[in-house]
Design a protein around this ligand. Structure first.
Ligand SMILES: CC(C)(COP(=O)(O)OP(=O)(O)OC[C@H]1O[C@@H](n2cnc3c(N)ncnc32)[C@H](O)[C@@H]1OP(=O)(O)O)[C@@H](O)C(=O)NCCC(=O)NCCS
Length: 385
């Protein structure tokens, strides 16, 4: 009887929507006002004045670094950025056969083979693994881009910062200062975002006292889906298929009639304009002026029609709508967009996993049982109809 009572249907929160399951000082999403904070700093301020290394430190340590701490952190990331020949071999072996997110998942999982403390759950070991993962993520994702295109893998350059180095390793050239700032900002705005699905996955895994490699492998697997990290790739493909602003209305009504979701729109938390999309839109516009196609104009028309139709219901462009245009304009292949998301989000994943592990409680929600409560009579297989 008590079981039935405890599983009352009124307690059901599908997708855990609105359920508070942890306390955090790392970041805060204000969905009704369209604001995002990391450790108390507004995302707009960080995007304009900070850089990814500082933001990563802020997420991990709860404060901006002083000069000494900053230099030490950057040095540590650079020292740990190189990946082994074996990891490169795995990437090359899988390249072209599966989606880059599957290669990333496997490569990150393999990193544990090379770490003596791999199965330790002590906080200092988890921190070391986390820092190493933050350092290696751009190297791995860039190597996936190169291998996918049949090109040689490029080693990290210790003279470059995190974002510029990633661009350099992936695309084989150095960005101009504006491109470098855009790359850095794209990483900053994706670095953390509350208890989103992939972060939650990492936290669930770490809550079992599993190691950081397992937690991040879980997070990458969760980020892969089109309702989460996969949306930017699909949003760009949708815009490319529309081709020009004149085709937008027809395509959107077809999608509406088929009950299809318009990728890059809507958000579980933001019911107003996503502040990250606002930041990235300016950069998309910058590239729009330089591109020969009508991608940005098509995006603008899509945004206008979508807001007219769905704005009252709280559906606006999200970060994925504009990030795709930016990554495409920078020269990344479309199927690398979600791995780039992982390059940024790794700091949030690690920070929130460590924060949760430092005050751990095993995640274990319940499900409402709606099946037969029996007891049914067991019938041997040969006697079943
Ligand atoms: C992100 C997302 C899963 C969040 O959705 P949510 O808050 O859980 O909202 P729901 O899925 O409950 O949708 C609520 C309503 O809005 C509609 N809706 C939500 N997003 C929509 C979209 N992108 N296109 C069209 N309709 C959408 C749903 O169809 C639903 O309509 P209904 O009430 O008539 O059934 C959803 O907006 C979506 O699928 N977006 C596209 C994928 C995407 O861009 N993901 C990246 C997120 S950063």
């Amino acid at each position: 009887m008590s079981d039935v009572k405890n599983n009352n249907e009124s307690d059901l929160r599908k997708g855990l929507e609105g359920v508070i399951a942890a306390e955090t000082k790392i970041g805060y999403v204000n969905g009704t006002e369209g604001k995002l904070f990391y450790g108390g700093y507004e995302i707009q301020t960080l995007a304009e004045q900070s850089n990814y290394e500082e933001v990563s430190y802020l997420l991990l340590h709860g404060k901006l670094p002083d000069r000494n701490e900053y230099e030490k952190y950057c040095k540590a990331l650079k020292e740990k950025a190189t990946i082994s020949k074996n990891v490169e071999k795995i990437i090359e072996e899988m390249a072209g056969k599966v989606h880059p997110m599957s290669i990333l998942r496997t490569a990150v999982s393999y990193l544990s083979v090379e770490d003596k403390r791999e199965s330790e759950s002590a906080l200092d070991a988890q921190k070391e693994m986390g820092e190493s993962l933050i350092a290696k993520m751009p190297t791995i994702v860039a190597a996936i881009q190169r291998a996918d295109q049949g090109k040689d893998i490029i080693k990290p350059d210790p003279d470059l910062n995190y974002a510029t180095n990633f661009y350099h390793m992936a695309l084989g050239k150095n960005p101009d200062p504006i491109e470098s700032k855009i790359m850095d900002t794209a990483l900053i705005v994706h670095a953390d975002h509350g208890m989103n699905a992939s972060t939650f996955s990492a936290m669930v895994t770490i809550s079992t006292m599993a190691d950081m490699y397992s937690a991040i492998t879980s997070a990458i697997s969760t980020l892969k889906g089109p309702l989460h990290g996969g949306a930017n790739e699909r949003a760009l493909k949708m815009l490319q298929s529309m081709g020009s602003p004149e085709n937008v209305e027809k395509k959107l009504s077809e999608m509406h009639e088929n009950g299809e979701r318009v990728m890059g729109f809507g958000h579980r938390v933001y019911k107003v304009y996503d502040p990250r999309a606002k930041i990235l839109k300016k950069f998309a516009e910058y590239f729009g002026d330089r591109r020969k196609d009508k991608l940005f104009a098509t995006a603008m028309k899509t945004e206008e029609l979508m807001i007219n139709k769905y704005g009252e219901r709280g559906i606006f462009p999200n970060v994925d709508f504009y990030s795709g245009i930016i990554y495409d304009s920078l020269g990344f292949s479309t199927d690398l967009f979600t791995p780039i998301f992982a390059v940024a989000r790794i700091s949030g994943w690690v920070a929130r996993s460590l924060e949760y592990a430092s005050n751990n409680r095993l995640f274990r929600p319940k499900a409402n049982y709606i099946g037969d409560r029996g007891p049914l009579k067991y019938v041997a297989i040969q006697d079943r109809e």
